[in-house]
Design a protein around this ligand. Structure first.
Ligand SMILES: [Fe+2]
Length: 328
């Protein structure tokens, strides 16, 4: 082993140690979940942990003969492309594309992974990100999650790979097997991407909604001096720390969690958003001062896998360093 190889192995040790400690902390919080199942973290009442809600909903939809339509809606994933403009982004990243999946809840529907694969096969983004909630339930076996994720892992596109974060439905137990499939988890960590001398930094937090283990201050302080002024993108499961992200100079905030309501009134008005933030941040594109963001509608569905007036999606974000020219 050369001297530089020895140095890089030595540098990896503290990172390994930190990741191990963080996952232990998360496991402990998950064990405590039974004590705080109704209320913990920023979210107020944890509707996702109240088991009778999906059962009551199923009963009502069966009665109205709407269940099948709702299930069919939940499988009909749409593909959306969005353009973003950033005056502070390095020119060398102009056109950089990020494929965004969120809230897969992959074990909640037998054929969801097939529809996801259909879309993934047609995409060639620079980077793929998954903003949490791989599992359908908030507890229980991850066997089926891993089985279905294995079917899509090979198809996940991205020259710069796939980054992910944990959501409130996930468990620390998912991290190792999903990383073995090539999905890199950020646990309050940063991932720099370089183009020549330019860098953008992707920061990924643990869940801030229920487990309250996301630490944006820590994550931001870890950005190396060399990259401190870099263009920063934040991956968080829920849209609940927007003000902090803006204060710390992040330019783009990608999240999910709300499923944009999943069951909505006509015109896509959510009944419940399950997030402790203004409703204007609960779905789609938004801006908060200098921070732009996107709250994903969810690729899968939770509770009862049905959707009304709210389509599941996979989104391609295209980042531009200057204003788009108006079409003549
Ligand atoms: Fe979710």
């Amino acid at each position: 082993m050369t001297a530089s190889q020895k140095q890089s192995v030595a540098g990896e040790e503290p990172i390994k140690q930190y990741r191990h400690q963080h996952l232990q902390k998360r496991k402990l919080r998950e064990l405590e979940q039974t004590e705080h199942w109704l209320c913990q973290g920023r979210g107020g009442i944890a509707f996702e942990n109240i088991e009778f809600i999906p059962r009551a909903l199923a009963w009502g939809l069966n009665l109205l003969d709407l269940r099948k339509r709702g299930e069919s809606n939940a499988e009909s994933i749409i593909f959306k492309e969005l353009d973003w403009q950033f005056p502070n982004m390095p020119e060398s990243f102009d056109g950089y594309s990020i494929l965004h999946l969120s809230d897969l809840h992959i074990d909640g529907m037998q054929n969801l992974h097939c529809r996801i694969n259909d879309i993934l096969c047609q995409q060639t983004p620079d980077l793929t990100v998954i903003t949490g909630d791989f599992r359908f339930s908030t507890a229980g076996s991850i066997h089926l999650v891993l089985e279905f994720m294995q079917k899509i892992a090979d198809k996940l596109p991205g020259i710069d790979g796939t980054l992910a974060i944990l959501g409130n439905h996930d468990t620390a137990e998912l991290v190792k097997p999903l990383e073995d499939m090539g999905i890199r988890f950020l646990l309050n960590e940063n991932h720099p991407i370089n183009r020549g001398d330019d860098t953008i930094v992707l920061s990924g937090l643990d869940d801030v909604h229920f487990y309250d283990l996301g630490d944006i201050e820590l994550c931001n302080s870890r950005i190396s001096n060399r990259n401190f002024e870099a263009f920063k993108v934040l991956l968080v499961h829920s849209p609940e720390i927007i003000a902090q992200a803006e204060r710390l100079g992040y330019s783009l905030y990608l999240c999910g969690h709300t499923h944009a309501g999943q069951i909505c009134l006509p015109a896509g008005i959510p009944v419940i958003t399950n997030a402790n933030c203004s409703r204007r941040f609960a779905n789609g594109r938004w801006r908060f001062n200098n921070l732009q963001g996107y709250t994903h509608f969810g690729t899968g569905s939770s509770g009862l896998p049905v959707r009304f007036n709210c389509k599941p999606e996979i989104v391609l974000h295209r980042l531009h360093y200057r204003k788009l020219k108006k079409l003549e």
